[in-house]
Write a protein that binds this ligand. Sequence first.
Ligand code: GDP
Ligand code: IMO
Ligand code: MG
Length: 434
Amino acid sequence: MTNVVVIGSQWGDEGKGKIVDWLSERADIVVRFQGGHNAGHTLVIDGTSYKLSLLPSGVVRPGKMAVIGNGVVIDPHALCAEIDKLAGQGVTITPDNLRIADNATLILSLHRELDGIREDAAANTNGGVKIGTTRRGIGPAYEDKVGRRAIRVMDLADLETLSAKVERLLTHHNALRRGLGEQEISHDAIMQELTSVADRVLPFRDTVWLMLDKERRAGARILFEGAQGSLLDIDHGTYPFVTSSNTVAGQAAAGSGMGPGALGYILGITKAYTTRVGEGPFPTELTDEIGQFLGERGREFGTVTGRKRRCGWFDAALVRQSVATNGITGIALTKLDVLDGLDELKICVGYTLDGQEIDHLPASQGQQARVVPKYITLEGWKESTVGARKWADLPAQAIKYVRQVEELIGAPVALLSTSPERDDTILVTDPFED
Ligand code: GDP
Ligand code: IMO
Ligand code: MG
């Protein structure tokens, strides 16, 4: 028996929410360890869809403990709104099933605003870099965390120190805002913003590292839920077109307050093709009718921003890279059904860069933009795989495709997903028992 870390092996939206929900039946605790409400995780249970951004996907199952770890950035207003929305869907969230790390960083309205100001300015300035962020204030909040001036969950409980911290934060932000030609923000406005949510947030606060340590010693099974994907990682992703946190599996330890030994099985959620939302390099992107087919069949619209996701062929070179940077034990291959009916399928196995063959994506932004993918071509299948629940239900060509993916990325398929529905999932190896 082991703990399991779920992470995205591509650019996010691989189907982490569905797989976490499915696996959480076997877990006692589900922990988010990075990111914030830039994530959009969709679960479909008997036709009812739940969209989670900040809350761990395990929260919809009765009897499970959901935890928001110290590595997450929390917009308290978004948190309350999400709790209320779920209550409307019959999911009750109380301190009995949700704990929030007291040392997690808060996202304030000024972070959200700054995110938007920068994105707009970049779009209108020559030489500016528009990232295509979710405009949720994620980057600015992490900047303040690393700059040691952030407001944290525990600060809501101590109004005296909170006031001094807000003052310090505003010294920085108002200088920045003056430089950008924006109006300054008053101390009162931020104090009001924070005190208005304190009573709702504080009951959930806990010393999460201590609670997790106790639970682990008592034999609890812990499921870690990553957000975004490895190619959006601040170090290992397609910088600067990335998010502002480490999204790789190693962060599950630091972002929850556990040691690396607690992590166990690393499950890389992997889409059977590739998608990306926002700006940045995407070597296998398809701007033709096949790209459009994947987008329509796969319903590739962002959960958070509603933006159209860019679509392309499966890039085995990128996922092979993620297998290494995360230490992936096995993958959950999702959305295989979206490929049904295509005459042929291409898989990228490496690249050519300025005439040289390379087997991985280089770190340089300029080189990333210049790589040309090298493909192998496989025959498609005509049969439907939608809703398949047994390996034996898959057409021979689909099995060939899966085997080819395994071989190229150097990791086995532990789970296979064939529709958005919870139970349309084929178990090959149980990650908790591996
Ligand atoms: P996440 O951010 O990784 O949790 O992924 P999202 O929820 O943002 O996007 C994945 C989308 O694909 C969601 O709408 C899921 O309901 C859906 N989905 C997940 N697995 C499958 C699958 O195997 N087949 C199909 N057709 N859709 C799936
Ligand atoms: P889930 O958990 C896909 C992308 C944004 C943008 C970049 C930076 O649902 O897989 P940010 O707001 O984080 O500063 O934006 O990262 N991005 C995601 N793309 N899935 C996500 O989360 C994402 N979260 C952020 O589109 O390109
Ligand atoms: Mg998503």
